[in-house]
Design a binder for this molecule. Structure first.
Ligand code: CS2
Ligand code: MG
Length: 408
């Protein structure tokens, strides 16, 4: 069997997505997600111009060899663009292999280790009453774990807070805004640190001690600020505090870890195992946040999670709306199969996305399941995709009140 064609499909129903479709000479097709929020066209070009020509004629069964060939033959290694492109190829080949085997992909990964993957949803509010309503909406939608993000008094717009709750409570804050240039937002870490503990006290008072609550610091704190927040949130027993400080400097987490027992999750902006070396080996984190889509695919992320398992670190795969339904499906198959599963982010795509991607995963009693269709269980409607051409869209960035650019 040989790869006879590979097409890169860029579509923008509710937001931009990049999908790779690989077709074999026997007509079997596989899909891979290559969406990189704000840099979609860079990955589309990397695939079209530098990867697709290398794939034609290759045996689609040779997934590991194709991965190693694409990683090593590029010479220039790592990085989100390269690893998202390799991920799309990897996932598409796993989709093909599972379809040929007549099995859902998780069966090829060792079969189910659980009957479903605990999901968490995104509650948010401009103030505490609105936040509590958003938590209630997500509980009614069936979520059994919930991320808490709120506005901060004195700041105009803060990451993760919906402009207004969607009609069905869907988190309607698409991080990437459809503008020709990134939008500037303001930030004040001290105001945030003063405000947040009171928010969690209000949520705990309303919903009790047991509901798993998560929070995303979104890379904005220094290590000592992160240590303080982790300590200040201990009375509210978070499931995790995410991206508490920029983690290019993995050693920074030694300081945070020495001050707090709040569990830590990091890695959605990482793209290879090397980004985690110190964090995992020194047990400086509790959850690996990488998405299949940005970390070189199922082949690579499985290896990261197996490494993490040796240190009792679990998965917390990234699942915002800028991971396409194809990337989400790949995550769910991995979630079901690995032993060291932690939790799965589920931000829920907008309504038009379902016109383009026909997916078969289910969300029941707070648990996600990829379904039992052969392969990933996702089909892409190319006619529908063509109705939604790419729209320039960028993630915001932040400046402090003195004008200094800050992490968003
Ligand atoms: C966030 C993401 O879901 C999360 O944890 O960090 O929504 C992130 O802002 C986007 O994926 C960036 O594209
Ligand atoms: Mg995050």
């Amino acid at each position: 069997m040989k790869i006879s064609s590979a097409d890169v499909i860029v579509t923008s129903p509710d937001r931009n997505f990049v999908t790779l479709k690989i077709t074999t000479d026997e007509g079997v097709t596989g899909l891979g997600d290559a969406t990189l929020n704000g840099r979609e066209l860079a990955v589309a070009s990397y695939l079209r111009d530098h990867v697709v020509p290398l794939l034609l004629g290759r045996d689609p069964h040779r997934i590991e060899d194709t991965w190693q060939f694409l990683y090593r033959s590029a010479y220039w290694r790592r990085g989100p663009v390269t690893m998202s492109a390799i991920a799309a190829v990897d996932v598409a080949l796993w989709d093909i292999k599972a379809k040929l085997a007549g099995m859902p992909l998780y069966q090829l990964l060792g079969g189910a280790s659980r009957h479903g993957a605990l999901a968490y949803g995104h509650a948010s509010g401009r103030d505490v009453p609105q936040l509590l309503d958003s938590v209630r909406e997500h509980l009614e939608l069936g979520f059994r774990a919930i991320r808490i993000q709120t506005a901060v008094p004195g700041l105009n717009k803060v990451y993760g807070v919906a402009a207004q709750p969607g009609v069905d409570g869907r988190y309607d804050y698409e991080p990437a805004q459809r503008t020709p240039l990134p939008v500037e937002e303001d930030w004040d870490t001290r105001a945030y640190l003063r405000h947040l503990p009171g928010v969690f006290e209000a949520v705990r008072n309303e919903f009790g001690p047991a509901l798993p609550l998560l929070h995303d610091g979104h890379h904005r704190m220094t290590p000592i600020q992160a240590a303080r927040l982790g300590r200040d949130l201990e009375p509210y027993d978070l499931f995790w505090l995410e991206d508490c400080t920029p983690a290019e400097n993995q050693e920074a987490l030694r300081l945070v870890r020495s001050h707090t027992v709040t569990p830590l999750a990091i890695g959605e902006v990482f793209n290879t195992v090397w980004d985690y070396q110190t964090l995992i080996r020194e047990q400086l984190i509790d959850y690996v946040r990488s998405a299949v889509t940005h970390t070189g695919g199922i082949t690579a992320l499985r290896k990261v999670l197996d490494f993490a398992a040796q240190y009792q670190i679990k998965s917390g795969i990234h699942g915002p709306t800028d991971i396409s339904p194809v990337g989400m499906a790949a995550a769910l198959h991995l979630d079901l199969a690995i032993h060291n599963f932690g939790i799965q982010e589920y931000m829920r795509h907008g309504p038009r996305t379902a016109e383009v991607f026909r997916q078969s995963f289910t969300f029941t009693d707070g648990l996600l399941h990829p379904g039992d269709q052969p392969g990933l269980g996702v089909e892409l409607d190319e006619q529908a995709a063509a109705r939604f051409p790419y729209v320039p869209a960028y993630l915001p960035y932040s400046r402090l009140h003195d004008g200094t650019v800050h992490d968003w």
